[in-house]
Design a protein around this ligand. Sequence first.
Ligand code: UD1
Length: 375
Amino acid sequence: MANRNLAKDARETCVLVTGGAGFIGSHTCVELMNAGYNAVIVDDLSNSSEESIRRVREITGVDEDRLSFVKASILDREALEQVFSTYSIDAIIHFAGFKAVGESVVKPLEYYWNNIAGTLVLCDVARAHGCKNIVFSSSATVYGEPEFIPITEDCPKHTPTNPYGQTKSMLEQILSDLYVGDNEWNVVLLRYFNRIGAHESGLIGEDPHGIPNNLVPYVAQVAVGKLAAVGVFGDDYPTPDGTGVRDYIHVVDLARGHVAALRWMAGLVGTGKPIGLGSMAGEPAEDGTRRGVGIFNLGTGCGSSVLDVIAAYGRACGHDIPYQIKPRRAGDIAENYAACDKARDELGWVAEYDLDRMCADSWRWQSNNPNGYRD
Ligand code: UD1
């Protein structure tokens, strides 16, 4: 079946958001609503809460007609068939997936099954319903130990050190191959750097279950008094203060990158020059929709160290954050940050918010919702 024409008004476009109840998904739904799109969330709530969807509707003032929700796993072919039969889906933003690095090492089967097989089912059902437009949630983890910094999209990929990272890398390959086999596909791979922060309303944010693995959720729980001190994993890296340097990006900026990606796929922004994977250009087709595989880093282009983050969070919450230096964490790299010129030139997107703003918004969410969505 021919692919749907995306090049039309946002108000006439319906986006399927898999994993839309999660951290990045919920913030992306806010930006989709603000931009005038309609969306259907498919989420199995295995690591998220329906309350986040209620709050997205509250923030944006939309009803269930504009932002619908179906509780289902992307592995559930019948449920997906039902979704595609009920709604006229034009494009997919695909977030659904397991994402804990450490857990993926001990549960590889679960990770490969959910993330890979789930995406295969999703794409198979989507193409049968004439929807071949997909924005995929990838990660800077695909670069592994980067060959150069700042990391451009041309930086060679390296084998990720854990099954979570492998699923991201493999899914990039699978989605690119879909385009090679059928030029009707229209694929955008967004490689996220370290997303933190929360919506400025303080109503939605990251809600990790158990003890957080990532730095900022951990710092946030120390700030609110739930954990005693941050362990800083290594202070002997070849970086200015010896601690690891990352490119932290506000989740709202990241969310806006997805709206920009949809507009790029629709041929509404961009230079029209061939980009992406060699011959997999991004030329607009006759109907205006761009076909091809577009790969974009979403970051700020600025590196911040662990100690920079701890200091910024202290400014946001009004008191110092206690920390202790610990040994390095296995698998960590010294430094990474993105070159974001391609996203700027093609998507017309740049990150706006700085580290202080990210921490201030994270703190507002954390202090208003110390137990996440469970209150
Ligand atoms: C991690 C994942 C990455 C994933 C990303 C999602 C690993 C090895 N990598 O990236 O695959 O895409 O999250 O956001 O898990 N740190 C501390 N103390 C802590 C936690 C972290 O010092 O309690 C340091 C780390 O050593 C690192 C920095 O903080 O230098 C950021 O760590 P984290 O937030 O876990 O993100 P990444 O490791 O960059």
